[in-house]
Ligand binder design. Sequence first.
Ligand code: GLC
Length: 557
Amino acid sequence: MNRKWWKEAVVYQIYPKSFQDTDRDGIGDLAGIISRLDYLEMLGINTIWLCPINVSPMRDNGYDIADYYKIDPSFGTNEDLEELVEKASERGIRVLMDLVVNHCSDQHPWFQEAVKNPDSKYASYFIIKETDGEAPNNIRCYNAVSAWERIGDSNRFYFHSFAKEQPDLNWENPFLRREIIEMMKFWQQKGIAGFRIDAIGNIKKSKYALAQGMLPPDGDDGMVSVDKYVLMQDGIEEYLQELKEEVFDKYDMMTVAEVSVPEERMEQFIGENGLFSMVFDFSYTDMDIEKRNGKEWKRPWTIGELKKKIYDSQNSIQKHGWGSPYLENHDQPRSVNKYIPRDEISYESKTALGVLYFFLRGTPFIYQGQEIGMENYPFRDVKDLRDPFAVSRYQQSVDKGENPENDMEYFRERGRDNSRTPMQWDDSTYAGFSDVEPWINVNPDYVQINVKEELDKEISVYHFYQKMINLRKNPEYGETLTFGAFQAVETKEEALIGYRRTDDNYRITIWVNLSNKVAELPKSRAASMVILNNRTELEEDRLLPYQAIVEVEGGKE
Ligand code: GLC
């Protein structure tokens, strides 16, 4: 077993815009994160992933970078970041940045120059085609409109996988690749321990994506999804290998790539000598949605399906490398609302969900607020939405004469703004996030759900997360829970999810009853309990609704 530092990491994801405001502009900042380091240290995490903080016009909250070398003034300065890295390091916490290099902002000087001057060297940093007036082809971007945007009133079009303010970079160009490598080294020298790598599966475009002429459509709109022509295309490995050799490996970095990898390419991506430390798996976090005509909609699912997806994901990752279990992030709604029926959301169900993923094999990620059981925002009006993807989707429905209420209903459950509302620190106005009105509404439930309350209570979601993190670090069991093999434990009960982590010393079994009914455990288990998520004693051979336990067998001689 290859023991890398990041295998023992517990990552806490921060959405800087919504974590803590200190300069009274309603937007979170780096000084705010610094002021909360004690809180994070107390929780027990040892790695922070910061969502993008570079200079950006914020058309996609920082996922549209206009200066790769500078921190956006709304978050602070480069010196603030250095201070954060240093103060975090004093507490044994490493800092990862978000690397957004599939695209940049249309305000980036490279793009501005490319638009102005077709002969500039920067024109080939992007994917620009001149036609006789029509868009080069009918590829649909993730925003459900054409992936080609006309430049001014010219016949030049540029390609964008995401919003039109996010032009894709041309990775075929070695000079562009060199710029990116140098930029990564710059942040490494500032003490950055690794990167979460945004939309990296999209960097290589197929020749069909770039060719002129209609492609076979996959929807009523006559367009075809960008996925088909720009996701995980052959040859992408060459570019990634360059990043690995020149940066990741050289500096022993942790890298987690946002890309779905099919089983047959897993070895290459996360194997012993793979391109990344780990990749995010969407199989069970996106099991509640499906795509129709380029738009995502809710779909029904069952606990049995969830269980199978978790088992399959773990088994397949284990064959090749290391996982990155997570329930939430800035693109997901709050997990309790996704996985637990509305009237069954409680301390028990929140912590049961925690146990379900926290001991899977891999480096666990916690998204800000998840550790206090934050919930979705009760969005009623499009005016409350801030996510530009949601706002433009709503507008598209209005323009097409479709009922935008269907979209609103989807956003209430699935909108990305659900997890982007301000962190709830206490029950003062604006939840202790800021003294002034924040850029996005505070969830009205902050009066009951906030950090202060969670710390004061003897039994709380926060304390339970703390306990889970401690267990992973426990001198007796931590080794098995971190490095031990994964094994699914199947039973007849659909809502009982069981799995094992084993090594030569221990056999640790995790049991989660993800339902409001009693679940029968297998009889004659010779194990002793190390964690139970509620105050009720464990009844022999059965788990109460949303009860979850971790049991141990074996011992060191
Ligand atoms: C990733 C990010 C998401 C962003 C998109 C475009 O999926 O997680 O927030 O909108 O890339 O950069």
